[in-house]
Design a protein around this ligand. Sequence first.
Ligand code: AKG
Ligand code: FE2
Length: 291
Amino acid sequence: MTDGHFAANTPRREISAFLHENGYAIVDDAADAAVMNRLAIEAAPFVEQSAHGRDTYDGRHTRRTGALIARCPTVRTLVMHPIVRGVVGDFLAHSTTYQLHLTQLITIEPGETKQKPHRDQMAFDFFAFPADYHVQCNTMWALTDFTAANGATHIAPGTGHMTDADAEAVDEIQATMRRGSVLFYDGKVLHGGGANTSDRPRQGVNITYAVGWVRQEENQYLACPSDIARTLDDDLLKMMGYQQGAFALGYVGDQVDPLAALRGSHDKVKTVENFRDSNDAFQTFVDDLNR
Ligand SMILES: O=C(O)CCC(=O)C(=O)O
Ligand SMILES: [Fe+2]
């Protein structure tokens, strides 16, 4: 039994097996300091412009910075990192393909409180995927060291296989790791950002991957070029996918509403607390949020 940490030269299957069993795994020092330094420099101006979260789930002392492929060329090497592609490829091998789901630099600033534990697959409108079906696999790269004090991600190991009630008995660990290390965690395991009681921000680059089928059959964003799309009315554009598909789906960059983005504005999608959803599981989650 390991503590979930693996050296970067560990045979991939060992990392994949641990991730499968426990819902997380950490690969230490997977990227070198030069890569992380470059990324930090590229990202800094965008982080500064990113607003704080608008609810306790996103974090009122947390900045979320997206669109990293376009903004930060160095992130491309992390997205395509061979260890990540190997482990995520193993994890999502039941799907014909997998694809990038999101890129988000999460800056947890001093004073932030602990985020409500959640399962990331809830982004798919709280659909109850079968217990043995994984729709996504996530990575979190440490852009600063992740420490117990600065808000290292909390994980409740093995809870991907459990109900919320059973999961309450599980002790959380914190994914403490050095800068350049990468945490893998699945879409079912309970986890969340930590409180930052230190005097420096904690920065993690969240890069997540999903099975290739979670998308529209015809790619509306490319099939209808944006110069034509801009001439269409809002209702037609929403029908084409220029809308928030569930509380977390379809935003652009720093959580900008897709229709707003097409129209050149920066209006944000609704927060989890303001989104309306017919789903009972969603409502329960929101009701619990501020308890
Ligand atoms: O920042 C972290 O450590 C985790 C954040 C997270 O789980 C989320 O926002 O979905
Ligand atoms: Fe999460």
